[in-house]
Design a protein around this ligand. Structure first.
Ligand SMILES: O=C(O)CCC(=O)C(=O)O
Ligand SMILES: [Fe+2]
Length: 376
């Protein structure tokens, strides 16, 4: 069969030579997961790491370096397509839809005339419920390899982490797994991203931020490590530190819904993307990410964790909330996407809060903390 959408090899950019201040993150080696002894050791590691930064490095997964680089190559091939082909399946942000493509250069950065330089495409799960979902032709052509990668992000990585979290929180092992079931409808996606280099002048107008300080909407984000620096995590002392690239590893962070489900015990950590250091600021920065969300119909309620109860973090009121006041995961994500992506500017006024039923989150941490877009 003739190939209509070739995927040329992707060359991993050289790491920066600049000295950056890197975050010291716990490493979770999933190759230990399959023995009883190794799993217990991981639960202990997780128990200690749960309450620190909310960002970890995951190694020892089933992905080979070649498989990971092939995903970056697919991302690169997608972004080499003409805009009209990329726009074939667009997100329906006005209605809260976040599966599909979102173009760059369509929104201004709040308070400036600078345009948003990041585009993304969120590829839905490969399950019978989504059989008729429109997908880009390039992804249809390469479905076998994308589907395999997609499913393994969940089965080989996310599922294991959800089990470790549950065990560390003294919940039944499958508590979070059942609420994030790959085979059921959810807004999980494999995301290919692209940040376009921007002029020094334009970047200066937006405090050199390519992505403002934010938390992620879902439960868990798996970010395949890449060498173009820029991603920074906010440490407990309020300082931002860079994420050090580690070939073959995955940077994992907890996102809002999992934080809600654990009453903030699992931290949805603030992070941002800055203009890369001078030896990398001309590179088109490709990203590959898997975002986990709870099942669409999953009520976002606090888990009855004995650990949280002992710590006094869970009250009877948390465990007996009025069902009419409880948001489902699908409702929450849709209303948040509408609020953020359905608007023509990227950015909100200082301290803006997003609230949906029982869930509330600050929309732009940068403004509040005075360390991001505060000056514009
Ligand atoms: O591009 C990155 O390194 C981070 C992206 C990110 O934070 C996101 O997509 O939520
Ligand atoms: Fe993020």
């Amino acid at each position: 069969m003739a190939i209509s959408y070739p995927v040329p090899k992707w060359d991993r950019p050289e790491p920066t030579q600049c000295e950056l201040d890197y975050a010291d993150l716990t490493n979770i080696d999933l190759s230990k997961f399959d023995t009883e002894e190794g799993k217990l050791e991981l639960v202990e590691t997780i128990r200690h790491a749960l309450t620190d930064v909310g960002f970890w490095i995951v190694t020892g997964t089933s992905f080979t370096e070649e498989e990971i680089e092939n995903q970056f190559a697919i991302g690169q091939a997608f972004y080499s397509l003409p805009l009209e082909a990329r726009k074939e399946c667009e997100i329906d942000a006005k209605n809260g839809g976040y599966l599909g493509y979102r173009a760059a250069y369509e929104r201004t950065i709040n308070g400036t005339d600078v345009l948003d330089n990041m585009e993304l495409v969120n590829v839905a799960k490969y399950i019978p419920d989504y059989e008729t979902l429109p997908r880009h032709a390039i992804f249809r052509e390469h479905q076998k390899v994308i589907e395999d990668f997609h499913r393994r992000c969940w089965y080989d990585v996310a599922r294991k982490l959800f089990m470790l979290f549950a065990l560390a929180m003294e919940l039944p092992e499958n508590y979070f797994v059942e609420r994030h079931d790959y085979e059921r409808p959810s807004q999980d996606h494999l995301r290919y991203m692209m940040y376009h280099p921007r002029s020094k002048e334009d970047d200066a107008k937006c405090n050199n931020l390519w992505s403002w300080a934010h938390t992620d909407y879902g439960s868990l984000t798996l970010l395949f490590s890449q060498t173009v620096s820029g991603l920074q995590v906010k440490m407990p002392d309020g300082q931002y530190k860079d994420i050090k690239p580690l070939k073959g590893s995955i940077v994992v962070n907890v996102a809002d819904t999992l934080s809600f489900m654990t009453k903030g015990y699992l931290k949805s950590t603030i992070h941002r993307v800055t203009r890369p250091p001078p030896d990398q600021d001309h590179i088109h920065r490709v990203g590959v990410i898997y975002g986990c969300r709870p099942n669409d119909d999953c009520p976002v309620v606090v888990a009855p964790s004995p650990l949280l109860k002992r710590l006094g973090m869970v009250t009877d009121a948390d465990l007996n909330v009025d069902p009419s006041q409880v948001a489902t995961a699908a409702e929450y994500v849709a209303s948040r996407v509408k609020a953020v992506h359905g608007s023509s500017t990227y950015g909100t006024a200082p301290g803006t809060k997003f609230k949906h039923k029982n869930l509330e989150v600050l929309e732009n941490y940068a403004d509040v903390q005075g360390d991001g877009l505060a000056s514009i």
